[in-house]
Design a protein around this ligand. Structure first.
Ligand SMILES: [Zn+2]
Length: 78
């Protein structure tokens, strides 16, 4: 099973890495076995919780992290 990451983009957000060891300490969704929500550095979640308009260019994207994809080349020890 692959992991799904909900990642903030735009509004000057630093680049997030699509794995559970991202610098923002992604939080696993308690109701899903493979969904991780990343934390926005611009604190846009606070705006959402309060029902306020989001700062311009604040978007979220969902990205699938392919785990153990068979077609991806891997480094092998010889
Ligand atoms: Zn992140």
């Amino acid at each position: 099973m692959n992991n799904i990451h909900c990642i903030p983009v735009g509004n000057g957000e630093p680049l997030h890495e699509c794995h559970t060891l991202c610098w923002c300490h992604p939080v696993k969704d308690p109701e899903s076995v493979n969904l991780y929500a990343h934390n926005a550095k611009d604190c846009r979640e606070k705006w959402e919780r309060q029902g306020l308009d989001m700062p311009p260019l604040s978007l979220w994207v969902t990205v699938e992290e392919k785990l153990n994809a068979p077609h991806q080349p891997r480094a092998e020890e010889t």
